[in-house]
Design a protein around this ligand. Structure first.
Ligand code: FAD
Length: 530
């Protein structure tokens, strides 16, 4: 194994908003930024349409923003985290402006235009290029980062393992070239600290808005070194992915409903009218209502015609283009939609500064569980969370680096375990339908048990290493859902519609494997009888 860039640097993994913001905030510390693809591709960040929540309107206050976050989180959002992130939002927006992001402004140019999204009590969504926020933000950060002298960018390299030092602390990463990892030698990149910013898990589901590469790779890396993962069962299904026969599915942003666009079924009926909040109810409520219509044999549409008419082309140019690519004319036709896996509230458990339970390992962005989102994420809170935590992580690493270096050297041989990853293009077709049907919008104990058995088998016997890793992540999500015997936020158990006292689920890989083996043993006699 070759060793590159020895010693004294921080390794950041991921080229979305979380990775880039962390790398920039870490300056002047030397950073190696590793991204599986060319920068700007295969990440959720450029797909973000709605924008970034920030309480900067005259009628708004961070306390109101935090209260909306707590309300959406269904009892599991941490009030301190919500208050801290909401308070940090105006500075995060200013920071992005300083990096070159051009947010949409009023005609005079004096103030930012603020959009409204579901479950926000005020207009507070800052956006850029209409519905092109994520792309604009990412382009600005990429431009800055390419000129940052402290940051070495390693594109098209995929981290396959975390390296441990002799004390069990994470002390680097192993990566392979994304072009042809079959023959390439793995490269070991040591680091004082590793920040995982690897994004979400939507690609594990048959219907998703995420890039198909978003299969929880960061969760697998962290789980394998013993990190505690939290609230993995909370997967947000976006209610209005556009049904256009594409995989992944394009998104019709919530901001459309914020502008008054309504949902109708195939008979032209508004089925959300009598539900509290109507079309602007929390995402899980809208997703389940649409799912129920689909279950009853209906198709569901977003009807923009009366509220927006041809204004949709200027206010929502991205959605308009996506529709037109799919052969739809949103000025004249209602847009067909359905729920799709969109965002993972659960993740690597981190503290207030983004530190995981394993020394030397940090997590930022969607891969982390900070306590902000609880059981359901409030719209436009994830870009904000990544920005707020990137700054905290950088401050904390700057404060702790010298201590670690003097206390312990990297001289003990690094322990790199055999990689679970191997192939670049995963064949996840065996996993995706299981996740969709049994770990999806609606769940029950029997279905989850069955999913656990199947995912365990794929984890153990999957032909490609990446299928085995994805099976492991799917198994841990299914196991967490199985253990939560209640319905809360995005997690709806048909066999447990009740609410129980509020608590988080925490799981390690070791626990998940033990529990899965027990479940399999219990199910085995039943299978033999059948
Ligand atoms: C369609 C859509 C619309 C959205 N709209 C909004 C919105 O309006 N507002 C909002 O706040 N949120 C929105 N979200 C959610 C938000 O975009 C994401 O939560 C956020 O961008 C995640 O950022 P991230 O940096 O954590 O991950 P990502 O942006 O997904 O980046 C992950 C990066 O990690 C890299 N990576 C992964 N594994 C490895 C590995 N093993 N080795 C090397 N690199 C690796 C990937 O290549 C990628 O570069 C939306 C999401 C989607 C899908």
């Amino acid at each position: 194994m070759r060793t590159a860039n020895p010693h004294d640097r921080v390794v950041v993994v991921g080229g979305g908003i979380a990775g880039l913001a962390a790398a920039l905030h870490l300056a002047p510390l030397p950073v190696t930024l590793i991204v599986a693809s060319p920068l700007g591709e295969q990440a959720c960040t450029p797909l973000a349409q709605g924008g970034i929540a920030a309480a900067i309107g005259a009628d708004d206050h961070p306390a109101l923003d935090a209260a909306d976050t707590l309300q959406a989180g269904a009892g599991l959002s941490d009030p301190d985290v919500a208050a801290r992130v909401a308070a940090a939002a105006p500075a995060c927006i200013e920071w992005l402006v300083a990096q070159g992001t051009r947010f949409d402004r009023t005609a005079s140019g004096d103030s930012l235009i603020l959009g409204l999204e579901a479950a926000h009590s005020r207009r507070r969504i800052v956006h850029a290029d209409g519905d092109g926020t994520g792309r604009c933000v990412l382009d600005a950060l990429i431009h800055t980062i390419r000129q940052a002298p402290s940051i070495q960018i390693v594109e098209n390299h995929r981290v396959t393992d975390l390296a441990l030092d002799g004390h069990g602390a994470v002390a680097g990463v192993v990566c392979v070239s994304g072009r042809s990892n079959e023959n390439d030698e793995p490269v070991l990149i040591p680091g004082r600290a590793v920040v995982l910013a690897t994004g979400g898990i939507g690609g594990l589901y048959a219907h998703t808005t995420n890039p198909l590469s978003a299969v929880g790779g960061g969760l697998a890396l962290a789980a394998r070194v013993g990190a505690v993962l939290r609230d993995l069962e909370f997967v947000q299904f976006h209610p209005t992915a556009i049904e256009a026969g594409t995989d992944p599915m394009p998104l019709a942003t919530e901001a459309l409903r914020g502008e008054g666009v309504v949902l109708i079924n195939g008979r032209g009926e508004r089925f959300m009218q009598d539900i509290p909040g109507a079309e602007l109810a929390p995402r899980d409520v809208v997703a389940r209502a649409i799912f129920a219509q689909i279950g009853a044999g209906e198709r569901v549409f977003l009807d923009t015609r009366h509220v927006l008419g041809d204004r949709i082309t200027s206010r929502f140019p991205g959605v308009t283009a996506l529709c037109r690519d799919a052969g739809l004319d949103p000025v004249r036709d209602p847009i067909p939609v359905r729920p799709a896996a969109h965002y993972h509230m659960g993740g690597i458990k981190v503290d207030d500064q983004g530190r995981s339970s394993v020394e030397g390992l940090w997590a930022c962005g969607e891969v982390a569980s900070t306590g902000l989102h609880g059981a359901n994420r409030l719209a436009s809170n994830s870009l904000l969370e990544a920005l707020a935590y990137a700054a905290s992580i950088a401050d904390a690493i700057k404060g702790t680096v010298s201590q670690r270096l003097t206390e312990r050297s990297l001289s003990p041989p690094l322990d790199t375990r055999p990689s679970l990853f191997g192939q670049l293009t995963p064949d996840l077709q065996q996993i995706r339908p299981i996740m969709d049907r049994q770990v999806g919008v609606l769940r029950d104990g029997a279905g989850l048990q069955d999913a656990i058995g199947r995912l365990r088998a794929l984890m153990r016997n999957g032909r490609a290493a990446e299928v085995r890793a994805a099976g492991m992540v799917g198994l841990m999500i299914a196991m967490s859902a199985y253990r939560r015997n209640e319905s809360r936020g995005a997690h709806q158990r048909l066999d447990h519609l009740e609410l129980r006292p509020e608590q988080h689920t925490e799981i390690t890989l070791g626990q998940a494997l033990r529990l899965a083996a027990e479940i399999d043993e219990t199910a085995a006699p039943a299978r033999r009888v059948a």
